[in-house]
Design a protein around this ligand. Sequence first.
Ligand code: PLP
Length: 367
Amino acid sequence: MVGETILEINLSALKNNVQLLREKIKKDTMLLAVVKAFAYGSDAVKIAQFLETLGVDYFAVAYIREGVKLREAGVKTPILVLHPQPINFPLILDYNLEPSLYSFNTLNSFAKVADSNGRENYPVHIKFNTGLNRLGFKSTELTEVIDVIKANKSIAVTSIFSHLAASEDSNERSFTQAQIKQFKSITEHFKSLYGRSVLRHLYNTSGVINFPEGQFDMVRCGIGIYGYDNTEDGKSKFMPVVALKTIISQIHTIEKGQSVGYNRAFVANQTKRIATLPIGHADGIGRQYGNGVGTVRVHGNSAPIVGNVCMDMIMIDVTEVDCEEGDEVVLFDKQTTAEAFAGNANTISYELLTGISQRVKRKFITE
Ligand SMILES: *Cc1c(COP(=O)(O)O)cnc(C)c1O
């Protein structure tokens, strides 16, 4: 019995997914676990600590403050910061984090900060843009990038990397293959000009699943670790790590013509039993799930969300379901995946998972 809204986090499933990814990559390929955004909405510190015991080689976060939290909790594994903001560069040094440098602005300003702190050969990661057009140097800037790096003794390149634009999309295979080819040529050019060995990495989870040929020295996996592989064949061996559960706070019987919730968005066409749940858009169930778009499970039966989603509550139709106040309700779990729940509202597991707010209690289980 859950007693309140909880996000259940299954560490055995996490371990299973890491093992599965390890089986898919070559023996000497390193595994970087992406733990940005509270480890995809779960709990970055606990997840990173657990993954550290599994011997994951690297972590990545998006922002510097996310990395600081992990270091404060005692995480020792190298941490790549994917999207650092120059205003926080001093924290990179204080907390032994490793920046992605993706522009001349970030490269020059980080080299300066490291230099003025008396650092030498501080580990940095250089990002190239191969088609996503989000962050990264152009391949045509490579020579100038190397010149700047060589002129700055304060930094040394640990890795060069890029990011795929459509690795999960089978209609874009030729685009992805062109990105792999372009990245390979960048790495060769970079190595010959830089003269020191550097790690190379390109893939996210779907890269690993769909393209065996371009794993290079490391892969960066997020969603796979949390149990989703973005394939639609329904045969995934990845196990969803989190389950979102709540309880029934109150049940009302309403008559034909009566309404439910704000703006009277649901009006009963017959006598209905309506259950109110202590979870709303402030917990991460957005308004797009209202008015029948989202359905939940009560004792294995599906029950639609009726009316508008409130900040702290949703109402569901349990007319056909034998249930009472205090009973458990499942929003998503292994059976109704976050991918499926999100899909009903035309969004993706990533958005649903990372949107589960911090006020939802996290509960760790193994099974
Ligand atoms: C978030 C992110 C990843 C992880 O992607 P998944 O699809 O979750 O495996 C990898 N690399 C970069 C640069 C990212 O921003």
